[in-house]
Design a protein around this ligand. Structure first.
Ligand code: MF3
Ligand code: CO
Ligand code: CO
Length: 269
């Protein structure tokens, strides 16, 4: 495993890519309404990235080994879809929850971030799952500093989510990111404290927990991409791209519309 350490110049490029990815989410937010299709959200984001930002949508034609090329520019994962939902004709209706996952490339650097959205009015249960998953991501981010270990991050997320009665998806993880979409290390959202890679300033990786309301088991749909919960329970995910700094962390995927750090995490920090 080779984990790259980014230089100050690299970090400057990653800050720009991160902000642009987050700005795509800001842009699309008002369009996430009952009646819109996931395919329309994809087209709007695609056009904004290409024509307004001058960024490249990293998912489009992305083909990791064992996969057919991804056919769209963003991922739209609705309700029991865990991740990598492929946009299409699905019409969003009031009460749905949806994750929009955006990865842009700018000057060769990748920014990767996702948020949850409630379409119209979501149930109390759905809102709680989205909120707890947001806090779970931040509980992990708050552990990031030189000398901490990846197992500390995974454990913090798992402990927090399971304490709320939820389960953590194991098959997908956060990842190093830079000139490549997915680099070393793998950032698991479960684990044991004091184990795994020791973090160093200049590392950049994503933290992107997928949390299920029911059991953690998943399966892949016949489209070869969309992942759903086996028990059809609701699933939520949030994602940030994070830099290890000399004394802690810097979240790179921030923009005017980024939701605030949760109070519980701010108080602990
Ligand atoms: N953005 C996803 C991640 O957070 C990866 C999507 S791969 C795709 O790592 F091909 F489905 F777009
Ligand atoms: Co990612
Ligand atoms: Co992503």
């Amino acid at each position: 495993m080779t984990v790259s350490i980014k230089t100050d110049t690299d970090i400057a490029g990653m800050r720009i890519a991160g902000r642009l990815a987050s700005e795509v989410l800001d842009y699309i937010t008002p369009f996430v309404q009952p009646g819109v299709t996931t395919g329309e959200l994809d087209r709007l984001c695609h056009d904004y990235m290409v024509n307004v930002q001058g960024t490249i949508p990293a998912p489009l034609n992305y083909a990791p080994s064992g996969h057919t090329p991804y056919p769209k520019s963003i991922c739209t994962s609705v309700n029991n879809q865990v991740c990598h939902g492929v946009p299409g004709d699905k019409v969003l209706k009031s009460g749905d929850i949806v994750n929009l996952d955006i990865t842009v490339i700018k000057e060769g650097w990748h920014g990767d971030t996702s948020r949850m959205f409630a379409v119209g009015e979501a149930s109390i249960q759905a809102k709680r799952l989205m909120q707890v998953t947001y806090e779970a991501m931040w509980v992990g981010i708050a552990r990031v500093k030189p000398g901490a270990r990846l197992g500390d991050i995974g454990h913090a997320i798992q402990h927090f989510a399971e304490n709320q009665g939820y389960s953590v998806v194991r098959e997908f993880c956060g990842h190093g990111i830079g000139r490549k979409f997915h680099e070393d290390p793998q950032v698991l959202h479960y684990g044991k404290p004091g184990t795994g890679l020791v973090l160093e300033a200049g590392m950049i990786f994503t933290i992107e927990p997928m949390i299920n309301a029911g059991r953690r088991d998943i399966r892949q749909m016949p489209d070869g991409w969309t992942i759903v919960t086996k028990d059809r329970s609701l699933s939520a995910q949030w994602e940030h791209t994070v830099l290890v700094t000399a004394d802690g962390f810097e979240v790179l995927t921030v923009s005017a519309g980024s939701p605030a750090m949760p109070d519980r995490v701010r108080q602990a920090a």
